[in-house]
Design a protein around this ligand. Structure first.
Ligand code: AQP
Length: 337
């Protein structure tokens, strides 16, 4: 990409926390959207290891070190091209932590206490760390550092991106216009894939690690995919129309829609009268076909961690000057420079 070209392209920023089992929800809601739009944007994709530290009891240092490499390989295996997109580790660019402190100082406590993710994650902790509460401020810093125009995420992250906009606007009120206010980029269908074992909860990386029947992992073998889809929750009816389907069946239809690119009428015609066995069989075939090249590329990449290390260091070196420039602007505005 030529620098003059990049100047005119909207900036896209997004990231994934390197914990748990990366699943088809992450692929449909985030990674596939990042990959599809790469040529239209100036792309920055981060592996947010500092976010993983917000539940320190669960995250051992060796686990985190391994997960960062695994997730870098998964980004690339899912189609993120290091030539077109900067891929880097959050902790390699110190400006993320520094801007977080500055933004903490302008963020009202009440804004953080009402975040849904904070409420659900803190409910399961014996003692809640400050990091978990400030998690969305770190996310705001990630986004605002790069003059981001668009943030492609799944539906669960909608509230955090809205908070980022609020923080940017509050900062402008206190110190003058400083940040670009980002917009959400969310797909119309498939932005919230549900658990296969429980369609009332979002498919999640942490649950996927604990319960094999919860999710389809991006590197699951065909036999595992077949077994997991076969056990997915449905019901006793034979309803395969989107509008009338029960939560579990709607989830299977939505995954089929997102991965096949077919229209809803075409999908409804395909499964009309076939029963859930047919839906599960065809969905399994589609999943195996979609994930086979991802698994293969992932395995190849994991044989050479040195190449991944070079990609991650190159990515950090590319984005760090932009982050530094924003940080300097913020500190000057606040009187720190
Ligand atoms: N079920 C989902 N459907 C669609 N998109 C999803 N995303 C997550 N789950 C789904 C999107 O994937 C990106 C990365 O997720 P993250 O690590 O930032 O968010 P998370 O909430 O930590 O992911 P998990 O899987 O729920 O992990 P745990 O359980 O550990 O918290 C984001 O863009 C997210 O929207």
């Amino acid at each position: 990409m030529q620098p003059s070209e990049a100047k005119h392209k909207p900036v896209v920023f997004s990231g994934i926390q390197p914990t748990g089992k990366m699943h088809i929800g992450n692929y449909i809601g985030a990674l596939s959207v990042w990959a599809e739009n790469q040529s239209k944007y100036d792309n920055i994709f981060c592996i947010v290891d500092l976010h993983a530290l917000t539940i320190p009891e669960a995250i051992k240092p060796e686990y985190l070190r391994h997960k960062v490499v695994e997730f870098a390989a998964l980004y690339i295996a899912c189609g993120i091209d290091p030539e077109q997109s900067a891929i880097f580790i959050q902790s390699h660019v110190p400006a993320h932590a520094e801007l977080t402190w500055l933004l903490n100082c302008v963020t009202p406590l009440g804004w953080l206490e009402r975040m849904t993710q904070y409420k659900s994650k803190s409910a399961h902790q014996e003692s809640v760390g400050t990091g978990l509460l400030a998690y969305p401020v770190l996310q705001a810093a990630d986004i605002l550092l790069y003059n981001t125009n668009l943030v492609p995420v799944g539906d669960d992250q909608r509230q955090h991106v809205e908070l980022t906009r609020d923080i940017a606007q509050r900062f402008a009120f206190l110190y003058g216009e400083t940040f670009v206010t980002p917009e959400l980029l969310i797909r119309r269908s498939g932005a919230r894939i549900m658990g296969l074992d429980d369609p009332t909860v979002k498919m999640s990386k942490s649950l996927g690690e604990q319960r094999p029947e919860h999710s389809i992992g991006l590197v699951d073998e065909p036999g595992v995919i077949r077994r997991t889809v076969a056990r997915a929750v449905t019901d006793t009816a034979r309803e395969t129309r989107f509008e009338h389907a029960s939560a579990g069946v709607l989830n299977l239809l939505t995954i089929y829609e997102a991965l096949s690119g077919e229209t809803r009428p075409a999908i409804e015609a395909r499964f009309a009268g076939g029963g859930y066995g047919d839906l599960k069989r065809q969905l399994t075939e589609l999943l195996v076909e979609t994930l086979a090249p991802i698994r293969k590329r992932y395995q190849d990449l994991m044989t050479d961690p040195t190449e991944l290390d070079i990609i991650l260091r190159t990515g950090a070196a590319k984005v760090a000057p932009v982050a530094e420039a924003t940080l300097t602007r913020v500190k000057r505005a606040m009187g720190c420079a």
